[in-house]
Design a protein around this ligand. Structure first.
Ligand code: HEC
Ligand code: HEC
Ligand code: HEC
Ligand code: HEC
Ligand code: HEC
Length: 236
């Protein structure tokens, strides 16, 4: 023991007993937890983690043609026409092919490759005998849209609470597109609040994530707007 005391540096003397107690393992666990917390707080994940990435969908669905305002060359459809539960439930809902078929049995170029795929998937075809376009739900199959935004399993997110708050507090809406003027508005439709977290989806050829939607951003906004900041509000 005397030998060790005289010749070894101080950090070894601290470390050796710690290892004896399994201290290194504890240290490692604490470091990993801290790194996780730091990463969650920091806000800007690395691009390799999927932020701002975009990818091909089974059918290239253009929000531009459907949701962009008429002045921007779209149909000006409300987001809530397709994302029906966004103001009422946790999840926004992505529409089933039946909804697409309700228009596309009649609308759109017969030449479009994406619409050909859509007609196949939604069971739309021309009856050979009558030359009528028919929709056969038996032939429809779901489209496996790839998720762009996804929270980890331990996080709870509720769309409805946010939509209700933002429609009644337009000054808290972020990323307002240039073609909208919300100044002085006291209440806005649900479709005008989505930009806060999703950016100007109506003008995206392919949806991509524009906000980090990391813990720091959630908590900052909660603090600013008097929403709960205790861990259990957002974590299971
Ligand atoms: C005609 C129906 C329709 C309308 C209108 C529509 N969407 Fe979508 N939306 C879809 C479909 C289908 C998808 C899945 C394919 C994709 O990601 O492009 C989708 C995907 C999304 C996603 C990505 C979901 C994910 O995987 O994380 C967001 C965000 C979104 N829409 C927001 C909006 C907003 C905001 C509006 C209004 C400006 C809007 N949508 C209008 C049909 C629609
Ligand atoms: C309210 C009617 C309506 C609904 C509902 C609708 N669309 Fe469309 N869609 C249109 C119109 C109108 C166009 C523009 C057609 C054109 O420019 O020829 C279009 C264009 C498209 C195009 C581009 C076609 C091309 O290549 O030019 C695709 C793909 C498409 N829609 C897919 C979908 C899908 C998938 C859904 C369901 C999630 C859907 N649409 C729901 C009306 C609708
Ligand atoms: C406060 C931020 C915020 C606002 C505002 C917001 N979203 Fe989201 N959205 C999210 C988050 C976070 C997710 C990922 C949720 C998850 O993985 O559980 C998401 C996911 C989605 C999805 C994927 C499917 C789903 O239900 O998870 C769609 C579609 C969507 N949002 C549409 C919308 C539309 C349309 C609006 C406006 C009416 C809107 N969002 C407003 C944060 C927001
Ligand atoms: C634009 C500001 C804003 C952003 C960004 C935001 N929130 Fe919120 N959130 C609110 C407000 C305000 C409320 C309270 C709404 C109310 O009670 O009327 C709320 C409520 C909630 C609730 C419901 C709490 C309850 O039980 O009533 C959850 C869960 C939640 N937010 C999670 C999140 C998560 C997770 C994120 C990040 C992905 C996030 N929020 C981002 C403003 C925001
Ligand atoms: C307003 C919502 C909100 C509140 C309040 C909140 N968190 Fe989080 N937290 C999140 C979100 C969203 C993520 C996921 C971020 C990410 O993808 O890294 C997260 C991630 C984490 C992670 C990282 C896990 C990982 O996978 O990297 C830890 C640890 C964590 N939270 C702990 C806490 C603790 C402790 C508290 C209370 C002091 C707390 N959180 C309060 C929203 C919240």
């Amino acid at each position: 023991m005397k030998e060790l005391d005289r010749t070894t540096p101080i950090w070894v003397k601290v470390l050796v007993p710690l290892v004896g107690l399994g201290g290194l393992t504890t240290l490692a666990i604490i470091s990993i937890l801290l790194a996780g917390l730091f990463n969650a707080w920091l806000g800007q994940p690395l691009p390799v983690l999927g932020f701002e990435q975009t990818f091909d969908q089974p059918i290239n669905f253009p929000h531009t043609k459907h949701a962009a305002p008429v002045s921007e060359g779209g149909l000006g459809m409300d987001c809530t026409y397709c994302h029906r539960t966004v103001a009422k439930a946790s999840s926004a809902h992505v529409p089933a092919v039946e909804l697409c078929a309700s228009c596309h049995r009649a609308v759109g170029s017969p030449e479009s490759e994406d619409l050909k795929k859509l007609r196949m998937t939604s069971g739309i075809y021309e009856d050979e005998n009558t030359s009528q376009v028919v929709v056969d739900p038996e032939m429809a199959s779901p489209i496996n849209w790839r998720r762009v935004h996804r929270m980890p399993d331990h996080v709870r997110f509720v769309h409805s609470a946010h939509i209700n708050y933002l429609t009644n507090n337009p000054s808290a809406i972020g990323n307002v597109p240039e073609y909208l003027d919300l100044s002085g508005e006291e209440k806005v439709p649900a479709s005008q609040v989505c930009s806060t977290c999703h950016g100007d989806v109506a003008n995206m050829e392919k949806v991509y994530q524009v906000e980090p939607l990391k813990m720091g951003q959630c908590v900052n906004c909660h603090r600013k707007n008097g929403a709960p900041t205790d861990c259990a509000a957002c974590h299971h």
